[in-house]
Design a protein around this ligand. Structure first.
Ligand code: ZN
Length: 92
């Protein structure tokens, strides 16, 4: 899948990324759409310092596709909206 990846202040690009299967306590979401909000711009320009690399576009909607071990309060194939940063899912 393609994602907007932040690398360092002022440096970001749309890249092909591989997503690991969900770990314990996580879910995998097939994103339908997402936007880039002001918080994402604050990460790009360094006002909001966060670790990198990081996929931006945390305000999106999609469908839960896969559950990690121990996830019991979410059903597969339900719509979901999210507003949280997605971290540490890029492979080195
Ligand atoms: Zn936001």
């Amino acid at each position: 899948m393609k994602a907007l990846v932040f690398h360092e202040v002022g440096k970001y690009s749309v890249e092909e990324v591989t997503i690991d299967p969900p770990k314990a306590g996580e879910v995998k979401i097939r994103m339908g759409a997402t936007g880039v909000c002001h918080s994402d711009l604050s990460v790009i320009n360094g006002i909001l310092p966060l670790p990198s690399p990081m996929i931006l576009g945390h305000e999106g909607a999609g469908v839960v596709e896969e559950l990690g071990a121990g996830v019991t309060n979410v059903d597969v194939v339900i719509g979901i909206c999210l507003h949280k940063y997605i971290r540490n899912i890029l492979q080195a």
